[in-house]
Design a protein around this ligand. Sequence first.
Ligand code: ATP
Length: 253
Amino acid sequence: MEAVLSVQSINKHYPGFALENVSFSLAPNRIMGLIGKNGAGKSTTLKAILNMVSPESGNVTMFQKNFYQYEKECKQRIGVVFGGIDFYPLKKLSTITAVTQKFYTDWDEEQYQKYIKRFALNESKKFKELSNGMKVKYLLALALSHHAELLILDEPTSGLDPVSREELLHIFRQIVKNEKCSILFSTHITSDLDRCTDDITYIQNGRVLQSADKDTFLRSFEHLKTPDDSGPLTLEEIMLRTERSEWDDDITV
Ligand SMILES: Nc1ncnc2c1ncn2[C@@H]1O[C@H](COP(=O)(O)OP(=O)(O)OP(=O)(O)O)[C@@H](O)[C@H]1O
């Protein structure tokens, strides 16, 4: 099946950091987790995909179209949530929603009201009056209310309590099952991936270390097992051991 998102050899340089030849693809109705330690390049990858930062080279194909050429058209079909963006802090949620819904031709008010209720959000509050978790939930409600076929989410679960996180992961699974939608989200929380993802892309120092379906991904790190490990390694163990071997290398240099 044709990928909904194909990222091809993206390069982006900052002083002291570079995304190098970042490539991966996401098939329809799949959830992909983007993992990597702090500063590995997860947000920069998502921003480069969305042209929020301009990559020096590389390409992004979304819905079989060149995203950079058909950006406006593609953006109608996606939902995007980035943490830490306090847009319109002094505006009430109802006002922000009124502006947002004008942008989307496929806005679904019933769906929006369903999520507002489910997330227990008060639309008469100002954006800055929301807690971090509530901000994420509100932005998700907006993203989920125009029948997006692809959600791109930067650490959507990081500000959430365990109950809300569980609920959100459940919603992700429901969306992918019931609607024509794929999800790409970055996270630090490896248990999110255990519970929810089909595919995993691991970024280390701006490069894709591995990108595959979860089983293939886990198998490809079996070399990190020691004789003391009876079962398969967890994702947390894989990350810890991969990053630790880097520290060991640093020490011997
Ligand atoms: N606008 C910018 N100018 C210069 N350097 C930047 C800029 N944005 C990001 N960087 C650098 O790029 C690197 C990757 O940052 P990025 O935010 O993509 O990492 P991340 O994997 O999302 O990290 P975290 O898990 O901490 O959010 C970091 O070294 C960061 O300092």
